[in-house]
Structure formats: structure tokens, C-alpha cells
Design a protein. Structure first.
Length: 78
């Protein structure tokens, strides 16, 4: 039987994994939007705004994945 603490850690692990996957997907989507030629896009954002957004989403994804790994280790240690 799972204790309350194990359920909380499992929930955190799943949430952080989901957040990480969403942020990886966002970074990929923004990168593809950056490399599409401007002839095909009608309204484009300047690369000065896209590049920091891509970097921030990648950093957020790495942080979320590390938090998920930390929660997983705590879960299996107990």
C-alpha cells in the first residue's frame, strides 16, 4: 500500500515530466518557427525575441527533468 508521501512524490514526478515535455515541445516549435523562411510566414517575430524564448524554455525543461529525477530517487529510496 502506498503512503501519502509516496503518492505525493509520484505525482510530483509525473507533473515535472509533463512540464518538461511541454517545454521541450515549445522550444522545438519556436525553433522551427525561427528557421522557416520569412517568405512563407505572413507575420513573424524578430529573432531577438525568439532566441531568448527558446533558451528559456530549454532551461525550464532541463530544470523540470532534474526535479523529476530527484523526486524519482526520493521515491525509490523510501
Amino acid at each position: 500500500m502506498e503512503t501519502k508521501k509516496e503518492k505525493i512524490l509520484l505525482g510530483k514526478q509525473e507533473d515535472y515530466n509533463r512540464f518538461g515535455y511541454v517545454l521541450w515541445s515549445l522550444a522545438a516549435f519556436l525553433y522551427v518557427g525561427l528557421v522557416i523562411p520569412e517568405d512563407l510566414a505572413q507575420t513573424t517575430r524578430p529573432p531577438e525575441l525568439m532566441i531568448p524564448a527558446i533558451c528559456l524554455s530549454l532551461v525550464g525543461a532541463v530544470i523540470c527533468n532534474r526535479l523529476a529525477i530527484r523526486a524519482k530517487k526520493k521515491l525509490y529510496d523510501e
